[in-house]
Ligand binder design. Structure first.
Ligand code: ADP
Length: 642
């Protein structure tokens, strides 16, 4: 086999250059995290080797005692972080250390604001990893050899963190990776042994591999110096300890390690299950949504362990997609160590763990909603949109999920949706037997829709659906505790007992009185509408559009069209408000052309006010201008000479 031993110099991906620059400047106040990141990588590398060695013992190369070593050289002003884990081949070095393959990178760069404080928080969420070395180092040397490859496959990578890096192949006897940081002149504090120990304690205590540092003792009498390896961390998997024993600080540190987050989590859920299928779970809800939350295929949040041994971190079987914001671990005592992805797919134990985990998470959320509503609001703001998918996908827990939903409502001005269905039920009017909602493109459109006028007048609450997902939720959430959910833009509005005799009579009277107007409108609008009728819903707007009882909601239709679905728009019912003066004067309009112009203007307005798009906007503008001209002509003549 030939190996490329030549030294080559390669350029960083543009994003990395930007990232490095940003990191060096904005993470400066938190620079000690570089050590946490390097230890984390070293620990992962040991995990990976141990996992692969389960099926191929030779990978240990007769050295199964895995550790992470930290050493300082005061004279050279270097720090070394070394592991005897899986290591990397030349290709892997180039792929892993020269490019950012992470999903979400683009979103990350898009969300940068240029404001230091904000960007610092963002970068914390992004998970900076290996590159954080350059916060304190002006040169980084990484040498590595992949387990199982011969000693001639050693690789040395080096960079000053500017625009490029070099790679060369060299002979390396030991398997694993060593990262040497050449400290910047101003970073002397990190050559202090005690400083490094305290950082390890602070951020990496829970790492299950021994993190060792040399301990130098001098025997004064004999004038002898001995160097021993001293384990700095406690090496016990955090989740195996009992709840009472674990401090808040340890929980936070562990979370930050597995989630690559700088902030503490919003909530943690620790659970041990005993019996025939023994397992432990430790789940976290982050305080902030990650960039790739929308990516349904990215499910790296929960790591699977078997008897404390790391198995994989991308099993989509552990939690359903609507809980993909959860971070944490599942550690099973009963699964076989050599479990493969294929087996996981149909494994009964995994099924049990999954449904047990979902129930635990739901009850933790229920508890949070009850005892810490502010935190629950944060949860909802960050993850509500994803969580709602549960209504569509998790039939067995639908009722519980429905209770956890939060909505915007005509009775609530909170910017974050805060109204639960139970809140709604408790505020229902006498005689009200339905839960009303309206769906629109955005909150303002929903809030100001003419369809809400009658509800406002009567003080009946209406839930405001304004996120894309809401439309799908609406089609699956049709009932809650025996009450039907009803769109206010669909069908004949029947407020049942909430309509009094007087109102009924008024509508009947208007129907007779405006019969000819309704017919004229029907004739003029022709194919555009399914029918024209007198409205019960309006108090201040002249007109609105209503879907058929069984027709598709207008907002859903818009969504489907936007998604490229071939939808032939179903015709809608045009409702007019008999109390509106525009409608009254329309009744009196004798000029057929003007009547038609008004009719189309009213129709288009109704469409616009619900957030819809006009088929022919310029036509609308022309008609409107025609009307304006008639109003202003006499005045303009006075002012303008010609
Ligand atoms: P992350 O750890 O979040 O993936 P990093 O930038 O820290 O991001 O590392 C990128 C990749 O480089 C890792 O995913 C891993 O594949 C590889 N890597 C880094 N450090 C080591 C190491 N000590 N041993 C083996 N591989 C490593």
């Amino acid at each position: 086999m030939t190996i490329e031993s030549h030294k080559e110099t390669l350029g960083f991906q543009t994003e990395i250059k930007q990232l490095l620059d940003l990191m060096i400047h904005s993470l400066y106040s938190n620079k000690e995290i570089f050590l946490r990141e390097l230890i984390s990588n070293a620990s992962d590398a040991n995990d990976k080797l141990r996992f692969l060695a389960i099926s191929d013992d030779a990978l240990y190369e007769n050295q199964a005692d895995l550790k992470v070593w930290i050493e300082v050289n005061k004279e050279a002003r270097t720090i070394s972080v070394r592991d005897n884990g899986i290591g990397m081949s030349r290709e892997e070095v180039i792929d892993n250390i020269g490019t950012i393959a992470k999903s979400g990178t683009q979103q990350f760069f898009k969300s940068l604001t240029g404001d230091q404080t904000k960007d610092t928080q963002l970068i914390g969420q992004f998970g900076v990893g290996f590159y954080s070395s350059f916060i304190v180092a002006d040169k980084v040397t990484l040498s590595t050899r992949r387990a199982g490859l011969g000693p001639e496959h050693g690789v040395k990578w080096e960079s000053g963190g500017e625009g490029d890096y070099s790679v060369e192949t060299f002979e390396r006897l030991e398997r694993g990776t060593e990262v040497i940081l050449h400290l910047r002149p101003e970073e002397d504090e990190f050559v202090q042994d005690y400083r490094l120990r305290s950082i390890v304690k602070k951020y990496s205590d829970h790492i299950t591999w021994p993190i060792v540092m040399p301990k130098i003792t001098t025997d004064q009498e004999k004038n002898e110096t001995t160097i021993e390896e001293e384990v700095v961390n406690s090496t016990k998997a955090l989740w195996t300890r009992s709840k009472g024993e674990i401090t808040e600080a340890e929980i936070t540190e562990f979370y930050q390690h597995i989630a690559h987050d700088f902030e503490p989590p919003l909530l943690h859920i620790h659970n041990k299950v005993e019996g025939s299928n023994e397992y432990t779970t430790l789940f976290f809800i982050p305080a902030r949504a990650p960039f790739d939350l929308w990516d349904r295929t990215n499910q790296r949040g929960v790591k699977l362990y078997v008897k404390r041994i790391f198995i994989m971190d991308d099993s989509e079987k552990l939690l359903p997609p609507y809980l993909r914001f959860i971070r944490g671990i599942v550690d099973s005592n009963d699964l076989p160590l050599n479990i493969s992805r294929e087996i996981l797919q149909h494994n009964k134990q995994i099924e049990t763990i999954r449904s047990g985990s979902v129930k635990k998470i739901l009850s933790a959320l229920e508890g949070l909603a009850k005892t810490e509503p502010e935190k629950y609001a944060t949860f909802w703001r960050e993850f509500g949109r994803v969580f709602k998918e549960g209504i569509i996908n998790d039939f067995s827990n639908r009722e519980r999920i429905a209770k956890l939903l939060r909505f915007s409502s005509s009775h609530d001005d909170n910017e974050i949706p805060a109204v639960s269905l139970e809140d709604y039920l408790s505020r229902m009017k006498e005689g009200q037997d339905k839960i009303y909602y309206i769906s629109a493109d955005n909150l303002a459109a929903a809030k100001h829709s003419p369809h809400l006028e009658i509800f406002r007048k009567k003080g009946i609450e209406v839930l405001l659906y304004h996120e894309q997902i809401d439309e799908w939720v609406a089609s699956h959430l049709t009932e809650f505790q025996g009450k039907t959910l009803q769109s206010v833009t669909k069908g004949q509005l029947d407020l049942g007992e909430m309509t009094d005799e007087q109102e009924k009579q008024a509508v009947e009277q208007a129907t007779t009185e405006f019969k000819s107007l309704v017919e004229r409108l029907q004739k003029v609008l022709g194919d555009k509408v399914k029918a024209v009728r007198i409205s019960h819903r309006l108090t201040s707007s002249p007109a609105c559009l209503v879907s058929d009882e069984h027709g598709m909601d207008a907002n859903l239709e818009r969504l489907l069209k936007a998604a490229g679905q071939p939808i032939t728009g179903s015709k809608r019912i045009f409702e007019i408000n008999p109390q509106h003066s525009l409608v009254e004067s329309l009744q009196a309009e004798t000029d057929e052309q003007r009547f038609a112009d008004w009719a189309f203007i009213l129709y288009d307005q109704a469409l616009l006010s619900e957030g819809g798009q006009l088929d022919d906007p310029s036509n609308f503008v022309n008609r409107l201008n025609q009307m304006f001209m008639q109003l202003i002509k006499p005045v303009s003549r006075l002012i303008l000479p010609n």
